[in-house]
Design a protein around this ligand. Structure first.
Ligand SMILES: NC(=O)c1ccc[n+]([C@@H]2O[C@H](COP(=O)([O-])OP(=O)(O)OC[C@H]3O[C@@H](n4cnc5c(N)ncnc54)[C@H](O)[C@@H]3O)[C@@H](O)[C@H]2O)c1
Length: 301
């Protein structure tokens, strides 16, 4: 008996890295998995069916149920077909895990239009495309225990300087996830996103930088397998109470982010200001809040 017996899950980006580990983990717990991957290189070029096929071969060899798919998530029409063909084949769709991603790192002053568009297309529009079609299926088929699990990144939450396209897309995915959490709960859907850390080809560049040894392939805490447990929990019917969250996973930890962009702190509250008094109050209050993020550490007066 698996914790996900009979559940039907689509995993995009399932051919490599975290997506492959997630697909195998879901299948090991009894889910029927559609392992979807276009098989592109890290910058999004090319296409290769073998990564997804190899994942499905491994799942079947261990007694699990899975099939391959090679949808380009950046295509609205292809994403619609992915959702429809899954429902046609298995009779339902319980879990959508949006993992597919590419990188085109450049500093903002060097970024070409194409590098911006390609990353936004795969991450932000790709997550929208599959989610949009799954959401209409879920709305038309109420009564299920449905799960939307998206992948964001600390690069967006903290603002990686060489990844303006990726940071924007990944923080956009947080907004999309929160919006879906508020819109779809009434239809039986929970919507959460995960900011992972794991050693994959995407982080190999960091691994080769001597400054950051965490990404050393020998560090087992950084295995993509360590991102899987929280995905399995979210995919299960046991996690229905957990919605609208940004969750950190990897390197041996699972953590909960504060709701990015939602939480705010009132730092000035006089209400009516002259310019001079407003400047003084804003500067004083912001400095105090920023230099002493813990309110209990703030100087009084
Ligand atoms: N590895 C990390 O530490 C890390 C950190 C933060 C966020 N992430 C996010 O986690 C996810 C997985 O990353 P990973 O490290 O496993 O990367 P990866 O490069 O190993 O795997 C990404 C997969 O997505 C597929 N893909 C790319 N474009 C696609 C498209 N248009 N349609 C369908 N499939 C496509 C690729 O073929 C590849 O198999 C990504 O969304 C990434 O942004 C990873």
């Amino acid at each position: 008996m698996g914790r996900l017996d009979g559940r039907v899950a689509i995993v995009t980006g399932a051919g490599r890295g975290i997506g492959a580990a997630v697909a195998e983990g879901l299948a090991a717990e009894g889910a029927h998995v559609v392992a979807s991957d276009l098989g592109v290189s890290m910058d999004g070029s090319g296409a290769d069916e073998s990564p997804a096929r190899e994942v499905v071969d491994r799942i079947r060899a261990s007694g699990g149920t899975a099939r391959t798919d090679h949808t380009d998530v950046a295509s609205w029409a292809a994403a619609e077909k992915l959702i429809r063909s899954t429902v046609d084949e298995y009779g339902r769709l319980d879990v959508l895990v949006n993992v597919a991603g590419i990188l085109r790192d450049r500093m903002i002053f060097n970024m070409a239009e194409d590098d911006w568009d390609a990353v936004i297309d795969v991450h932000l529009k790709g997550t929208f495309n599959t989610t949009r079609h799954a959401a209409s299926y879920w709305r038309e088929n109420q009564g299920g225990d449905y799960r939307l699990i998206n992948f964001t990144s600390g690069a967006g939450i903290y603002g990686a300087p060489s990844q303006p396209n990726y940071a924007a897309a990944k923080l956009g995915i947080v907004g999309l996830t929160l919006s879906c959490a508020n819109a779809l709960r009434r239809y039986g859907v929970t919507s959460n996103c995960i900011a992972p850390v794991a050693t994959t080809r995407m982080t190999m560049g960091i691994a080769s930088s001597k400054a950051v040894n965490q990404y050393d392939p020998a560090n087992e805490r950084m295995s993509p397998a360590n991102v899987v447990p929280i995905v399995l929990y979210l995919a299960s019917t046991e996690s229905g109470w957990l919605n609208r969250r940004v969750i950190g996973a990897g390197n041996g930890r699972i953590s909960l982010f504060r709701e990015s962009g939602v939480e705010r702190e009132i730092v000035a509250s006089s209400g009516v200001w002259e310019t001079a008094s407003a400047f003084a109050e804003i500067e004083g209050a912001f400095r105090s809040a920023i230099e002493h993020p813990n309110p209990f550490d703030r100087p009084r007066g």
